[in-house]
Design a protein around this ligand. Structure first.
Ligand SMILES: Nc1ncnc2c1ncn2[C@@H]1O[C@H](COP(=O)(O)OP(=O)(O)O)[C@@H](O)[C@H]1O
Ligand SMILES: [Mg+2]
Length: 223
Protein backbone atom coordinates (compact mmCIF):
# COMPACT_ATOMS: atom_id res chain seq x y z
CA UNK A 1 0.00 0.00 0.00
CA UNK A 2 1.22 3.48 -0.81
CA UNK A 3 1.28 6.14 1.87
CA UNK A 4 -1.01 9.08 1.06
CA UNK A 5 0.99 12.18 0.17
CA UNK A 6 0.24 15.39 2.06
CA UNK A 7 -0.18 18.24 -0.42
CA UNK A 8 -0.98 20.77 2.29
CA UNK A 9 0.42 20.77 5.80
CA UNK A 10 0.05 23.53 8.38
CA UNK A 11 1.82 23.24 11.70
CA UNK A 12 0.87 25.60 14.53
CA UNK A 13 0.04 28.29 11.98
CA UNK A 14 -0.93 31.62 13.50
CA UNK A 15 -1.89 34.94 11.97
CA UNK A 16 -2.16 38.14 13.97
CA UNK A 17 -2.98 41.61 12.73
CA UNK A 18 -2.06 44.93 14.29
CA UNK A 19 -4.43 45.90 17.05
CA UNK A 20 -4.43 42.43 18.55
CA UNK A 21 -6.64 40.53 16.11
CA UNK A 22 -5.67 36.86 16.20
CA UNK A 23 -7.19 35.53 12.99
CA UNK A 24 -5.49 32.14 13.40
CA UNK A 25 -4.47 30.83 16.81
CA UNK A 26 -2.40 27.79 15.93
CA UNK A 27 -3.86 25.64 13.20
CA UNK A 28 -2.64 22.13 12.43
CA UNK A 29 -4.01 20.72 9.22
CA UNK A 30 -2.94 18.01 6.80
CA UNK A 31 -4.68 17.57 3.46
CA UNK A 32 -3.73 14.62 1.29
CA UNK A 33 -3.63 14.41 -2.50
CA UNK A 34 -7.08 14.02 -3.95
CA UNK A 35 -9.06 15.12 -0.90
CA UNK A 36 -12.17 17.26 -1.16
CA UNK A 37 -12.39 19.27 2.02
CA UNK A 38 -15.15 21.55 3.30
CA UNK A 39 -14.16 24.40 5.63
CA UNK A 40 -17.04 25.71 7.72
CA UNK A 41 -17.47 28.08 10.65
CA UNK A 42 -18.90 31.47 11.56
CA UNK A 43 -18.01 34.69 9.80
CA UNK A 44 -14.72 36.07 11.09
CA UNK A 45 -13.47 32.72 12.40
CA UNK A 46 -10.36 32.67 10.19
CA UNK A 47 -11.43 30.55 7.22
CA UNK A 48 -10.36 32.97 4.48
CA UNK A 49 -7.17 33.80 6.34
CA UNK A 50 -6.21 30.13 6.33
CA UNK A 51 -7.12 29.65 2.67
CA UNK A 52 -5.06 32.70 1.68
CA UNK A 53 -2.11 31.33 3.63
CA UNK A 54 -2.44 27.93 1.96
CA UNK A 55 -2.62 29.72 -1.39
CA UNK A 56 0.54 31.70 -0.50
CA UNK A 57 -1.32 34.98 -0.98
CA UNK A 58 -0.55 35.70 2.65
CA UNK A 59 2.08 34.60 5.16
CA UNK A 60 1.54 33.22 8.65
CA UNK A 61 2.82 35.17 11.65
CA UNK A 62 4.30 31.95 13.01
CA UNK A 63 4.23 28.25 12.28
CA UNK A 64 5.03 26.42 9.06
CA UNK A 65 3.10 25.91 5.86
CA UNK A 66 3.98 23.26 3.30
CA UNK A 67 2.34 23.21 -0.11
CA UNK A 68 3.08 20.50 -2.67
CA UNK A 69 6.12 19.45 -0.65
CA UNK A 70 7.61 22.95 -0.33
CA UNK A 71 8.08 24.80 2.95
CA UNK A 72 6.69 28.07 1.63
CA UNK A 73 8.40 30.14 4.33
CA UNK A 74 11.72 29.26 2.71
CA UNK A 75 10.78 30.36 -0.81
CA UNK A 76 11.60 33.69 -2.46
CA UNK A 77 8.81 35.75 -3.99
CA UNK A 78 9.76 34.47 -7.45
CA UNK A 79 9.68 30.87 -6.22
CA UNK A 80 6.29 31.52 -4.60
CA UNK A 81 4.91 32.86 -7.89
CA UNK A 82 6.17 29.75 -9.65
CA UNK A 83 4.63 27.51 -6.98
CA UNK A 84 1.28 29.28 -7.36
CA UNK A 85 1.40 29.05 -11.16
CA UNK A 86 2.14 25.34 -11.07
CA UNK A 87 0.09 24.12 -8.16
CA UNK A 88 -2.66 26.49 -7.05
CA UNK A 89 -5.95 27.65 -8.49
CA UNK A 90 -8.15 30.17 -6.62
CA UNK A 91 -11.89 30.80 -6.87
CA UNK A 92 -13.53 33.65 -4.96
CA UNK A 93 -17.10 34.43 -3.93
CA UNK A 94 -17.26 37.52 -6.15
CA UNK A 95 -15.47 35.97 -9.15
CA UNK A 96 -12.71 38.62 -9.50
CA UNK A 97 -13.00 38.76 -13.29
CA UNK A 98 -11.63 41.69 -15.29
CA UNK A 99 -14.77 43.56 -16.43
CA UNK A 100 -13.46 44.76 -19.80
CA UNK A 101 -12.09 41.39 -20.87
CA UNK A 102 -13.90 38.53 -22.58
CA UNK A 103 -14.33 35.11 -21.03
CA UNK A 104 -11.45 33.73 -23.11
CA UNK A 105 -9.18 36.61 -22.12
CA UNK A 106 -10.05 36.29 -18.44
CA UNK A 107 -9.30 32.57 -18.50
CA UNK A 108 -6.12 32.97 -20.55
CA UNK A 109 -4.87 35.41 -17.92
CA UNK A 110 -4.69 32.43 -15.56
CA UNK A 111 -1.55 31.41 -17.50
CA UNK A 112 0.16 34.81 -17.51
CA UNK A 113 2.81 33.70 -15.03
CA UNK A 114 3.22 30.18 -16.37
CA UNK A 115 5.53 31.06 -19.26
CA UNK A 116 3.00 30.08 -21.94
CA UNK A 117 2.80 32.03 -25.23
CA UNK A 118 -0.27 34.09 -26.14
CA UNK A 119 -1.52 31.76 -28.88
CA UNK A 120 -1.38 28.69 -26.65
CA UNK A 121 -2.96 30.64 -23.77
CA UNK A 122 -5.94 31.38 -26.01
CA UNK A 123 -6.25 27.79 -27.21
CA UNK A 124 -6.09 26.42 -23.70
CA UNK A 125 -8.56 29.05 -22.44
CA UNK A 126 -11.09 27.93 -25.05
CA UNK A 127 -10.54 24.32 -23.97
CA UNK A 128 -11.01 25.20 -20.30
CA UNK A 129 -14.23 27.12 -21.05
CA UNK A 130 -15.57 24.14 -22.99
CA UNK A 131 -14.72 21.96 -20.01
CA UNK A 132 -16.96 24.08 -17.75
CA UNK A 133 -19.77 24.13 -20.33
CA UNK A 134 -19.17 27.66 -21.62
CA UNK A 135 -17.91 26.95 -25.12
CA UNK A 136 -20.76 29.14 -26.39
CA UNK A 137 -19.79 32.18 -24.26
CA UNK A 138 -16.19 32.70 -25.31
CA UNK A 139 -16.37 36.36 -26.30
CA UNK A 140 -18.86 37.52 -23.69
CA UNK A 141 -17.65 40.00 -21.10
CA UNK A 142 -18.58 39.46 -17.42
CA UNK A 143 -21.54 41.90 -17.55
CA UNK A 144 -23.03 39.74 -20.32
CA UNK A 145 -22.89 36.61 -18.15
CA UNK A 146 -25.06 35.34 -15.30
CA UNK A 147 -23.56 34.88 -11.83
CA UNK A 148 -23.27 31.15 -12.33
CA UNK A 149 -21.58 31.64 -15.70
CA UNK A 150 -19.16 34.16 -14.19
CA UNK A 151 -18.18 31.64 -11.55
CA UNK A 152 -17.65 28.96 -14.19
CA UNK A 153 -15.33 31.39 -16.04
CA UNK A 154 -13.45 31.89 -12.76
CA UNK A 155 -13.20 28.11 -12.32
CA UNK A 156 -11.93 27.73 -15.89
CA UNK A 157 -9.28 30.38 -15.12
CA UNK A 158 -8.32 28.52 -11.95
CA UNK A 159 -7.98 25.16 -13.65
CA UNK A 160 -6.30 26.24 -16.89
CA UNK A 161 -2.85 25.78 -15.34
CA UNK A 162 -3.86 22.26 -14.28
CA UNK A 163 -3.29 23.00 -10.59
CA UNK A 164 -2.66 20.34 -7.97
CA UNK A 165 -4.84 22.25 -5.52
CA UNK A 166 -8.02 24.25 -6.06
CA UNK A 167 -8.93 26.67 -3.27
CA UNK A 168 -12.47 28.05 -3.32
CA UNK A 169 -13.64 30.74 -0.88
CA UNK A 170 -17.45 30.58 -0.71
CA UNK A 171 -17.75 29.92 -4.46
CA UNK A 172 -21.55 29.62 -4.26
CA UNK A 173 -22.03 32.47 -1.79
CA UNK A 174 -23.23 34.95 -4.42
CA UNK A 175 -25.24 32.45 -6.51
CA UNK A 176 -28.80 31.20 -6.59
CA UNK A 177 -29.34 27.57 -5.61
CA UNK A 178 -29.42 26.17 -9.15
CA UNK A 179 -26.22 27.98 -10.23
CA UNK A 180 -24.57 26.97 -6.98
CA UNK A 181 -25.38 23.36 -7.71
CA UNK A 182 -23.77 23.60 -11.17
CA UNK A 183 -20.64 25.06 -9.60
CA UNK A 184 -20.50 22.33 -6.94
CA UNK A 185 -21.05 19.62 -9.59
CA UNK A 186 -18.07 21.07 -11.41
CA UNK A 187 -15.91 20.92 -8.28
CA UNK A 188 -16.98 17.29 -7.76
CA UNK A 189 -15.97 16.51 -11.36
CA UNK A 190 -12.56 18.12 -10.84
CA UNK A 191 -12.14 16.15 -7.66
CA UNK A 192 -12.94 12.97 -9.57
CA UNK A 193 -10.06 13.76 -11.95
CA UNK A 194 -7.66 13.94 -9.01
CA UNK A 195 -7.53 17.63 -8.07
CA UNK A 196 -7.24 18.34 -4.35
CA UNK A 197 -9.96 20.81 -3.40
CA UNK A 198 -10.55 22.96 -0.30
CA UNK A 199 -13.85 24.81 -0.28
CA UNK A 200 -15.09 27.30 2.29
CA UNK A 201 -18.86 27.26 2.52
CA UNK A 202 -21.69 28.62 4.65
CA UNK A 203 -24.12 26.18 3.05
CA UNK A 204 -24.79 23.17 5.27
CA UNK A 205 -26.20 21.09 2.42
CA UNK A 206 -23.02 21.63 0.41
CA UNK A 207 -20.76 20.91 3.37
CA UNK A 208 -22.67 17.77 4.30
CA UNK A 209 -22.22 16.43 0.75
CA UNK A 210 -18.41 16.63 0.98
CA UNK A 211 -16.27 13.74 2.21
CA UNK A 212 -14.34 15.69 4.87
CA UNK A 213 -15.29 18.76 6.90
CA UNK A 214 -13.30 20.92 9.28
CA UNK A 215 -14.91 23.53 11.49
CA UNK A 216 -13.40 26.84 12.57
CA UNK A 217 -14.17 28.83 15.66
CA UNK A 218 -12.24 31.91 16.78
CA UNK A 219 -9.15 31.12 14.73
CA UNK A 220 -8.95 27.46 15.65
CA UNK A 221 -10.03 24.20 14.07
CA UNK A 222 -12.49 22.78 16.59
CA UNK A 223 -13.51 19.58 14.79
N1 LIG B 1 -6.17 42.40 6.56
C1 LIG B 1 -6.71 42.30 7.76
N2 LIG B 1 -6.40 43.19 8.73
C2 LIG B 1 -6.92 43.11 9.97
N3 LIG B 1 -7.77 42.13 10.37
C3 LIG B 1 -8.12 41.21 9.45
C4 LIG B 1 -7.61 41.24 8.11
N4 LIG B 1 -8.12 40.18 7.43
C5 LIG B 1 -8.92 39.52 8.30
N5 LIG B 1 -8.92 40.14 9.52
C6 LIG B 1 -9.64 39.68 10.73
O1 LIG B 1 -9.27 38.34 10.96
C7 LIG B 1 -10.38 37.60 11.42
C8 LIG B 1 -10.63 36.41 10.52
O2 LIG B 1 -11.06 36.87 9.25
P1 LIG B 1 -11.39 35.89 8.04
O3 LIG B 1 -10.27 34.92 7.89
O4 LIG B 1 -11.72 36.73 6.87
O5 LIG B 1 -12.69 35.11 8.56
P2 LIG B 1 -13.77 34.23 7.76
O6 LIG B 1 -13.25 33.98 6.39
O7 LIG B 1 -13.91 32.99 8.58
O8 LIG B 1 -15.03 35.03 7.77
C9 LIG B 1 -11.55 38.57 11.49
O9 LIG B 1 -11.64 39.06 12.80
C10 LIG B 1 -11.15 39.66 10.53
O10 LIG B 1 -11.74 40.88 10.86
MG1 LIG C 1 -14.13 34.56 4.59
Amino acid sequence: MSTPTPVIRLRRATKSYEGGVHALRGVDLTVHAGELLAIVGPSGSGKSTMLNIIGTLDKPTSGTVEVAGHDVGRLSDAQLSALRARHIGFVFQHFHLAPARTAVENVADGLLYAGVGARERGARARGALERVGLGHRLTHTPNELSGGEKQRVAIARALIGDPTILLADEPTGALDTASGRVVMDLLHELHATGTTICVITHDHDIADALPRRIRFRDGEVVS
